[in-house]
Structure formats: structure tokens, C-alpha cells
Write a protein that binds this ligand. Structure first.
Ligand code: DHB
Ligand code: FE
Length: 284
């Protein structure tokens, strides 16, 4: 049976990808940010997931403002990176897991969600930057299921809907018959606003609350409506919806392995949270 082993929430800022490509990890601007990631990599090294199911938002690469699915699930054998406009180097191609993707899609439809199924899908910085942060040397065996949530074009799905969507994905994984270790990821956030009068807006107090509540009481975050989230976290801070959806996939107890927070990277409060799922029954 497939087992969800943990959760990683991380920011996905394009400038991180540029810094990695230019080997700037030790520069004064970058050092503290990059120093946050080795503990996450150590946890991955000990726990070795077979599959990553990643919730994130597409930034105009597959879906532009003219056609915007609320939820889309990748169901391809592989996912190539392409440049959505930031001029980042190409981070290559990631292995898919179409059988698991279709199983997740079937569960979602059974649970009355109507996602778009994507048998072709490109991945942008919101997928590749977190992968590069966690597996800097790549991991060709790792299979992936990319799940895209609209956090870009209003109307957005509510936090409650995203959490329930994640719960449905969690149910699908729990009923997958093969023995697999699955890592759930949510990328984006935390607070940031890239344009408009409040460009550069960051809300550290809210970010701290999010890190706390994503760990210990994620449903508390589902009480904010999306307009409130824009007000509290910034126009792009609503990428928190990806973290909330991803957290919906984990049931039971979790333990915080590691967290890190650095303000700012580019215009964003950069955060990392690693949660380990605790066994439901005591070992014999
Ligand atoms: C930035 C942050 C993002 O989440 C993003 O998708 C693009 C840019 C930034 O802070 O520069
Ligand atoms: Fe983003």
C-alpha cells in the first residue's frame, strides 16, 4: 500500500533558480536562505520517497489568463521544464507516474471534483526550483505527479475547497495497492506581493501563524476567504492555497522535522517546512 511519509512546503521564487545556476549559494544575500535546506535534504536522504505529489500554481506556462483551470492534474510519463519568462536555465525533464495520476483523478471525480487531466504538461519554476533545492544533483528514479491549483486568476478556489481537494488526493494515495513512499509537497508563498501599490508587502506575523497552523491545526487556515488572504498575505501570498491543499493530503499526527524563514528573497518571505507523518499504530 502506498504510504504518505511526510510533507514539504517551500517557496518557489525564480531568483532562487538563477542563484543556483550561478552558484551564488554562499553570497551574503543568499547564504542564510540556502542554509535552511540541508536539514530537509538529510531527512529526504533518510526517508527516500519514491514519488512526489506536488501542489503548486502554474505561472502562465500551460495556462494563461484566457484559459485557467481551477484544478489540473498531470497524467504524463514525463514533464519537461520550459521558460515561462524569467530567463532561467532549463532544469530538464522529470519522470511522471501516469498510472498513479489516473488513480488520483478517478478518486477526485468520485469525490465530486472536476479537475483537468493533462496528458501533456510543462513544469515551470514553481515545480523545478523546489525540486532543485531538495535534490540539487537530481534524482532520476523519483516519480512525480504535478497538481496545479489556480492561485492566479480570480475567482480562486476557497481555502476550504483546496483542503478538501488535498484530502481527496490523500485518499487516492492511501488506496494505491503498490508499496510506495509518497512525499506531499506544496510550493509558493509565503506572504508576497509582486505589483501594485503594496508591491513588496510582507506579513511576518501571519507567516509565522501559517507555519504553526499548517503543522498543528491546518483546518484553522481554511476559515480565511481568498479576499482576506490577499489582504493579509499579499496578491501572490494566496499561493498559500497550495500549502493548504497539500496539507489536506496528510491525515493523522505529524511531527515538525524542520522549518526555516528568510525575509526577503526577491519580493517574497521565503519559508520551508518539513513535516513527518507519524505512524497511526504503535510499532509491535
Ligand atoms: C517571485 C515570487 C513568486 O512566487 C513567483 O512566482 C515569482 C516571483 C518573487 O518574489 O520575485
Ligand atoms: Fe509564485
Amino acid at each position: 500500500m502506498a504510504q504518505i511519509i511526510g510533507y514539504i512546503g517551500t517557496s518557489h521564487i525564480p531568483a532562487i533558480g538563477a542563484a543556483i545556476a550561478a552558484h551564488r549559494q554562499q553570497d551574503p544575500y543568499w547564504k542564510h536562505f540556502f542554509d535552511g535546506y540541508p536539514p530537509a535534504r538529510q531527512w529526504l536522504e533518510s526517508n527516500k520517497p519514491d514519488v512526489v505529489v506536488m501542489f503548486y500554481n502554474d505561472h502562465g506556462l500551460n495556462f494563461f489568463l484566457d484559459k485557467m483551470p481551477t484544478f489540473a492534474v498531470g497524467a504524463a510519463a514525463q514533464y519537461a521544464n520550459a521558460d515561462e519568462g524569467w530567463g532561467l536555465p532549463n532544469f530538464g525533464t522529470y519522470r511522471g507516474y501516469p498510472e498513479l495520476s489516473w488513480h488520483i483523478l478517478e478518486q477526485l471525480l468520485d469525490d465530486e471534483f472536476d479537475p483537468v487531466s493533462c496528458q501533456e504538461m510543462l513544469v515551470d519554476h514553481a515545480f523545478t526550483v523546489p525540486m532543485k533545492l531538495l535534490w540539487p544533483d537530481g534524482n532520476p528514479d523519483l516519480r512525480t505527479v504535478p497538481i496545479v491549483i489556480n492561485t492566479v486568476q480570480h475567482p480562486l478556489p476557497s481555502a476550504r475547497r483546496c483542503f478538501k481537494f488535498g484530502q481527496s488526493v490523500g485518499r487516492a494515495i492511501a488506496s494505491w495497492p503498490e508499496r510506495l513512499k509518497v512525499l506531499i509537497m506544496g510550493t509558493g508563498g509565503l506572504s508576497h506581493q509582486l505589483d501594485g501599490q503594496r508591491a513588496g508587502f510582507i506579513n511576518k506575523a501571519f507567516d509565522m501563524l501559517c507555519l504553526e497552523q499548517i503543522e498543528s491545526q491546518p483546518e484553522a487556515l481554511t476559515h480565511y476567504d481568498t479576499t482576506e488572504l490577499v489582504r493579509i498575505a499579499g496578491t501572490q501570498g494566496v499561493e498559500l492555497l497550495n500549502w493548504i491543499a497539500a496539507r489536506g493530503a496528510l491525515e493523522g499526527q505529524v511531527r515538525r522535522v524542520h522549518s526555516h524563514y528568510h525575509v526577503p528573497i526577491s519580493n517574497t518571505a521565503a519559508a520551508l517546512l518539513v513535516l513527518e507523518r507519524q505512524p497511526t499504530t504503535a510499532p509491535a
